[in-house]
Design a protein around this ligand. Structure first.
Ligand code: NAD
Length: 299
């Protein structure tokens, strides 16, 4: 098997369990040295426990790899800085940041509390921004010092909830849509110093999703996190320097390149508010017909 990430240094956030654990193991199998970050809380983000992340470190060491644990909160400005510094101090450099950590606090909009909104936005959106921001500063300095582009990666984690919408998740979906937008803009900004920025949208059977519905054994196998991680491993590799600003859906039987917002139909601007209604309906109907997406399963 080709080792796609030999010698590279990767941070995976939220890597103690579920999808992140599989990313960390997959990267280590491909030769990366890994910082296994996790706060170790419950699905709703309450509590802390370093031991699940430590277990992943032990698994990586048992397969002959190199890994260290980091217990910082990714949504803390100083915690995220500490995590980036730890990677560089431990392994001498940093090549990849996989922003995967996440929590859920689902509630219908009409009942959602301020805390349910703030905590989900904080962990997902600031927890993507803060590590990316500190890593970007490190890479910009490195590029200035060497006079060369770095060959580095940020890989974020969006969700079908943010891309297509899901009832009961205005907080989570808004954060995940924000992460997709963040990905596109950061890719445009960081390309000139040699950093690609992509996002995956995973579908996996984890503690986050196991109570959402009934799953058959076949459902669980199709949603095993191991189907998600090959995309992360490839995007992390040095050779993936030509793929950036993309959102890639992975898991549950497929890998798909997602298309973002774009103008589906347009008319010349008009001043008559009454006349605009039927024209908007006509455009919506044409967009549906032309998209070929009617009836296509999106999750
Ligand atoms: N499982 C799916 O089908 C699915 C679908 C779409 C998106 N996602 C996203 O994939 C990512 C991983 O989800 P999962 O299903 O593996 O869930 P999970 O609960 O198994 O793993 C998430 C991990 O993130 C950690 N974490 C939470 N807040 C943290 C913080 N502030 N700092 C550091 N670590 C923190 C948790 O302790 C946990 O180990 C999340 O971003 C999630 O939103 C998952």
């Amino acid at each position: 098997m080709a080792r796609l990430c030999e010698g590279r240094v990767a941070i995976v956030t939220g890597a103690a369990r579920g999808v992140g654990r599989e990313h960390a193991l997959g990267l280590a199998r491909h030769g990366a040295r890994v910082v296994v970050n996790d706060l170790g809380g419950a699905v709703d983000g309450t509590g802390t426990d370093k031991s699940p992340a430590q277990q992943v470190v032990e698994e990586i060491k048992a397969m002959g790899g190199e890994a260290v644990v980091n217990g910082d909160d990714v949504s803390s400005w100083n915690g995220a800085k500490n995590m980036i510094d730890q990677a560089v101090e431990t392994f001498g450099t940093l090549d990849v940041v996989v922003n995967n950590a996440g929590i859920l606090r689902d509630r219908m909009l009409v009942n959602m509390t301020e805390d349910e909104w703030d905590s989900v936005i904080q962990v997902h959106l600031k927890g993507t921004f803060a590590p990316s921001r500190h890593a970007a500063a490190y890479w910009r300095q490195k590029s200035k010092d060497t006079g060369e582009k770095v060959n580095a990666r940020i890989i974020n984690t969006s969700s079908t909830s943010g891309l297509y919408g899901n009832v009961g998740q205005t907080n989570y979906g808004a954060a995940k849509a924000g992460i997709a937008a963040f990905t596109i803009i950061a890719a445009r900004e960081l390309g000139r110093i040699g950093v690609t920025v992509n996002s995956i949208s995973p579908t996996a059977y984890t503690r986050m999703t196991d109570t959402l519905r009934e799953y058959t054994e076949e459902d669980i196998e199709r949603r095993d996190p191991r189907w998600v991680s090959p995309t992360i491993v490839y995007l992390s590799s040095a050779e993936a320097n030509d793929i950036t600003g993309r959102v890639i859906q992975a898991g549950n039987g497929r890998v798909a390149v997602c298309e973002g917002w774009r103008r589906g139909a347009e008319i010349d601007q008009i001043e008559d508010a009454e006349a605009i209604g039927p024209l908007i309906r006509e455009m919506i109907s044409n967009v549906r017909k032309n998209s070929g997406m009617d009836g296509l399963e999106l999750d």
